[in-house]
Design a protein around this ligand. Structure first.
Ligand code: GDP
Length: 460
């Protein structure tokens, strides 16, 4: 996502670096390159125009900032304008004063609504809420079952018509056949919300039907559901991969439903990012969440500022830290911090513990990509084989407890034993030990000198 846009923009800035002064023609040149980069990323033309004119005005308008060199000033302006078109401030869910808070999901079929329903429910539950899902997508065969599976994964109850709990719904057979309607989605939605209220659930997420293209009947159904359940939030889910069509689709849903927020799904794909950069600006509605994979945890609150800094390869260290906080047990983290301060050597046991935490955090590659400067290493990261982590883990598990805390004792014959035990070659064991000694050394240095050796300064 955003890879080529990010490369182009950072490349443009690289050309400015080292210039003591930036002339008007440098600015014009830079703007031209930004324009091409945005158009190539499928950003809608009016958005591109607005963006470049803002940047130009500010860059030429001698917005002087003493602490920054001229190139940094342009990066700062571009960054701020990117934040602005992505919606500015992070927008949180507005919870109803009287629970349950009703969240309605809308969007085209295949946009990722049902998947999102599970993620959102899981995330809300993690924050101490008591969500319930309602299956009001009665159009697509299997949508109800899919939502039930998703709900089960998220550990959240699902209100669905197939249980025969819908007024006027008489034929389970009808559902099983998967060809005709499963009842009336509007009354399912209404009863789902009532059921949530009865069970004292504090949030109810209503999944609605989508079609392959925008059509009047679909929009009417969604509008009727909206009237019936009076949602506190209507989230419009859009597949980030649909490129230029994003704006048109978003505008149609905006007219039909006047949604309150946008969710970008499939941000993990290699879409060029235009949807993300156009939708908030053209609809005036904030992007609230991002869906980044098929798993229930692959979901993020959308922070315009963090996304802008990811695009400009300034990294997204805040998101990384939050994910780490979610994955690390508080006690483990405290213990790790204590060890670190106490000048105790890092052992293979710590290493195993960290690997387990990293695994809990989800996809390792996508996490590494959030570090500043990592965009340039993208190819190397893509080549990274995640199974490598399993091999490393197997090696560490083949060490004795004493070896793990005293790696220095691992001599030749022990190395052979470890290699045999974990099904790798001795040279792989050698490499691991070498890297581990390096890591230990680095930790010691960090403790003494403060700061990461070799890490690029600056950033945010
Ligand atoms: P719906 O028709 O809008 O309910 O869409 P679904 O939730 O059924 O999603 C359609 C397809 O996209 C499914 O195969 C999902 O697994 C997949 N999908 C949904 N969200 C994401 C995402 O964020 N990333 C990826 N890679 N796939 C996703």
């Amino acid at each position: 996502m955003f890879n080529s846009l990010s490369d182009r923009l950072t490349g443009t800035f690289r050309n400015l670096r080292g210039k003591g002064r930036i002339t008007d023609s440098d600015v014009n040149m830079t703007i031209k390159e930004i324009r091409i980069a945005l158009l190539d990323a499928d950003v809608a033309l009016p958005v591109v125009r607005h963006f470049t004119s803002q940047v130009r005005e500010r860059a030429l308008g001698a917005e002087v900032h003493e602490a920054l060199n001229p190139a940094q000033q342009i990066v700062k302006i571009v960054n701020e304008e990117l934040v602005a078109i992505l919606g500015g401030e992070t927008r949180r869910i507005t919870f109803a004063k009287q629970p349950p808070t009703v969240i309605m999901l809308a969007g085209l079929q295949g946009s990722g609504k049902t998947t999102l329903a599970g993620k959102l429910a899981y995330w809300l539950k993690d924050q101490g809420h008591t969500p319930m899902l309602v299956a009001a997508d009665l159009q697509r065969p299997n949508a109800v079952t899919q939502l039930e599976v998703v709900g089960q994964r998220a550990g959240v109850p699902v209100y669905a018509p197939e249980r025969g709990n819908v007024e006027g719904y008489d034929a389970a057979v009808e559902y099983a056949s998967g060809t005709r309607g499963y009842g009336d989605p509007i009354s399912v939605a209404r009863q789902g919300v009532e059921e949530a209220r009865r069970q004292q659930r504090d949030v109810v997420i209503v999944d609605t039907a989508g079609r392959l293209a925008i059509d009047a009947e679909l929009m009417q159904q969604a509008a009727d559901i909206k009237d019936a359940i009076r949602p506190d939030e209507i989230l419009f889910v859009i597949d980030a991969m649909i490129g230029q069509a994003a704006v048109e689709t978003a505008e149609a849903f905006q007219r039909g439903l006047d949604f309150t927020g946008v969710v970008l799904s499939k941000l993990d794909g290699d879409a060029r990012g235009g949807a993300a950069l156009s939708v908030a600006e053209t609809t005036g509605k904030p992007i609230m969440f991002a869906s980044t994979g098929e798993q229930v945890k692959e979901f993020e609150v959308f922070h315009p500022d963090r996304m802008a800094s990811r695009i400009l390869d300034m990294g997204d260290v805040l998101t990384l830290i939050e994910q780490a906080e979610r994955a690390f047990d508080k006690r483990e983290a405290d213990e790790m911090a204590r060890k670190f301060m106490a000048d105790e050597d890092f052992t293979f046991d710590d290493f195993l513990q960290q690997m387990a935490a990293i695994k809990k955090m989800g996809n390792i590659k996508s996490m590494l990509k959030m570090m500043p400067g990592m965009n340039q290493m993208r190819d190397a990261l893509d080549a990274l084989d995640e199974r490598e982590f399993d091999r490393v883990e197997a090696m560490v598990r083949s060490m004795t407890p004493f070896e793990r805390t005293h790696p220095k004792v691992i001599n030749g014959s022990r190395r052979q034993r470890i290699a045999r035990g974990s099904g790798v070659s001795v040279s792989e064991v050698n490499q691991l030990l070498e890297r581990f000694t390096e890591a230990q050394k680095m930790m010691r240095q960090m403790r003494r000198g403060g700061g990461m050796p070799g890490a690029p300064g600056g950033g945010k």
